[in-house]
Design a protein around this ligand. Sequence first.
Ligand code: SF4
Length: 362
Amino acid sequence: AVWVSEIMLQQTQVATVIDYYNRWMQKWPTLQALAQASLEEVNELWAGLGYYSRGKRLQEAAKKVVSELAGQMPRTAEDLQKLLPGVGRYTAGAIASISYGQATGVVDGNVIRVLCRLRCIGADSSSPAVIDRLWDMANALVDRSRPGDFNQALMELGATVCVPKAPLCGECPVKQHCRARHRKLFGKPTPVPDVEDCGVGGCPLCPPPTEPWDSSLGVTNFPRKAAKKQPRVERTATCVLQRRGCHGALEYLIVQRPSSGLLAGLWEFPSFQLAQDLQEEKQREVLADHLRLWTGWPVVAGGLQFIGEVTHIFSHIHQTYVVYSLHLDGDVTLDPALSPSRWVTEEEFHASAVSTAMKKVL
Ligand code: SF4
């Protein structure tokens, strides 16, 4: 349960996760049950939660525990990280400390903020030198007798008190130890205990000389982050192909994405990435060519109806779907040599493993 919740909570808010978590635990209450699930079932349950490889790797890891580790979960952070797909340093530390009582620290975004403020660490908080130091600090600080509670408390402190924009320093239980607060109140840094440790000039932890302490920011001088990489811009043509099914209900054609890469194994309307700055006329032709191949139907570019555009932000891609629709009469035989595909009603569409972006398209 701790493992499942930690994986779901990577990149996703608690409020969103709760419902998914409850459904997941009800469906697969044990590792053995999860090991027997299919990727299709996992994707269906995960649909809408984003970062789909998380669910896939959780299931792969469950299979591994059952088939290769005799059903026994590894119990230390080192083994968890080494043996289980999808379990990184943070997740390993969280599971080991919360579930197995190992005295090992955790460093997540909240902990980074708290520790950088406590120690006035002003170098880029994603740099290896800072990350290593934060892990050392977290491992040194963790309470030996209640490591899981301590780690959760430290993260909760970051989530509720030492928040990014307006931290509640007056109510903070560790304010006496906080160097950022000391500096804000007294205008100068606390004396460094041992100057020789400071690596004067090129200290990998201090604020760079080009970005000194800004008194208007107070404790929010820390942590410092490197400028975020801009997401890649992509345009994709997608076509909602529809037909009247045998009971008169509208049906839509969906095809399955490859089993690796972005949105692996999920279903979508036939979609094709467009070259940048392609004229609309050309877009239609490219799309019509692909649809002809897919359906064996004489699809002509002029028959595609332009519906509109849908934007969706993935972690590293700013995606625009250029949406077309096309109604087909009669039976369409799909080439089985191409990606798996099927016709679904609207209800079936929503119950399938489709991404949030495709729901927006529909
Ligand atoms: Fe964060 Fe303020 Fe507490 Fe320091 S005193 S840890 S800045 S909330």
